[in-house]
Write a protein that binds this ligand. Structure first.
Ligand code: PHE
Length: 358
């Protein structure tokens, strides 16, 4: 019997040691320690033994039982910890965390602003999107019945008076007298900010004002009813077109990250004299001619000019003492050129397949 126990001990220890998985470990446990297991059979047959033998065999079988129990439990833990270690596979590629990102128009606006800031321009925030007829037109030298008003198809507001009482609370007395009885509209350009800024600041200064503008017109690949402009205004005693040309040439070169020639063409805007249309060398072909520039080598990029004396007067300045330049740049236009976007309507489409490319 003694020998039998030693033999079980050797065999069981070997089997436990070499056992390959949890399932076979469970089988080993049943085989040796189960109700009908080998050790129980020995313990059950103790009755047939002499007292002397019982005293030796009983405790010996019992302690083997405990010993095997511990061995099996340890082996089991070994398997379990190996399993959990395997489930943490440190070589596995990580899950990509989805984070938000900026809209292409915001990216462009930030870039434009950064460049102007680095050239010592102040960035002026906002201005009202609901504007009065006075600031959007009259003060900018576009009197009523002037044909130039037709260049700006306007969203007029119906509920004028209600809006005005709300609006005028924040105005100074002189501003209030200017807007009294005014018709309201969604601003058609950011140029009204030229007047608003001049009213409250003294020259010299150089500012850029980003803002959202609205036009009541049919939409197509290059027209939207709402879009974004950056208005620029620089006023001083001797600010001239040479300063203007240098600044925009530097600006476009930095924005498109290549040396770009700038071309000034005569144009007409009532609030500037002379009025200019600004072209830049085609950003795609560099001037050779391609589909983007319609083989001309040039891209029309923005309107500009020297601030009209009437506008300076409306801003409270003496046009014999001060002069300046202004321009209005369309953010969508710039983004479309820079990112090769074919249709302006994509910006507000909410289409993630488009948005997620930026
Ligand atoms: N406000 C003009 C527009 O929206 C652009 C412009 C701004 C032209 C300043 C000249 C000077 O079309």
């Amino acid at each position: 019997m003694n020998k039998k126990i030693d033999e079980i001990k050797n065999r069981a220890e070997g089997e436990i040691k070499n056992c390959a998985d949890l399932k076979s470990l469970e089988d080993i446990k049943i085989k040796y320690l189960g109700r009908k297991g080998e050790l129980n059979q020995i313990l059950r047959s103790l009755g047939d033994l002499s007292l002397e033998e019982k005293k030796v065999i009983g405790p010996k079988a019992q302690s083997l039982r405990n010993e095997l129990d511990v061995l099996i439990e340890n082996k089991k833990n070994e398997f379990l910890s190996k399993k959990s270690r395997n489930s943490l596979d440190v070589t596995r590629p990580g899950k990509k965390i989805k984070i938000g990102h900026l809209h292409p128009l915001t990216i462009i606006e930030n870039e434009i602003i950064d460049i102007f800031r680095s050239m010592s321009f102040s960035i002026i925030d906002g201005g009202p999107e609901v504007e009065t007829e006075y600031y959007n037109f009259d003060a900018l030298n576009i009197p009523k019945n002037h044909p130039a008003r037709e260049m700006h198809d306007t969203f007029w507001l119906q509920d004028n008076q209600k809006q005005l009482t709300h609006d005028t609370k924040q105005l100074t007395e002189s501003q209030r007298s200017k807007v009294k009885g005014q018709k309201l509209l969604l601003r058609t350009h950011t140029s009204p900010m030229q007047i608003r800024y001049m009213e409250t600041h003294k020259p010299p200064f150089q500012i850029v004002v980003p803002g959202r503008v609205f036009r009541y017109e049919a939409t197509d690949a290059s027209h939207e009813i709402n879009f974004n402009q950056i208005e620029c205004l620089m006023v001083g005693k001797d600010v001239n077109l040479t300063n203007f040309k240098y600044i925009i040439q530097e600006f476009f070169t930095r924005l498109f990250k290549k040396k770009l020639e700038v071309r000034l063409r005569p144009s007409y805007f009532p609030f500037v004299e002379p009025g200019l249309e600004i072209d830049i060398q085609c950003v795609k072909c560099g001037g050779k001619g391609c589909n983007i520039c319609k083989e001309s080598g040039w891209l029309e990029i923005m309107g500009a000019g020297m601030v009209h004396p009437n506008v300076l007067k409306a801003g409270g300045y003496d046009p014999r003492e001060y002069q300046g330049f202004a321009f209005g740049l369309g953010c969508e236009r710039v983004a479309m050129l820079k990112y090769n976007i074919p249709d302006i309507r994509m910006f507000y489409s909410g289409d993630l397949k488009f948005i997620n490319q930026f």
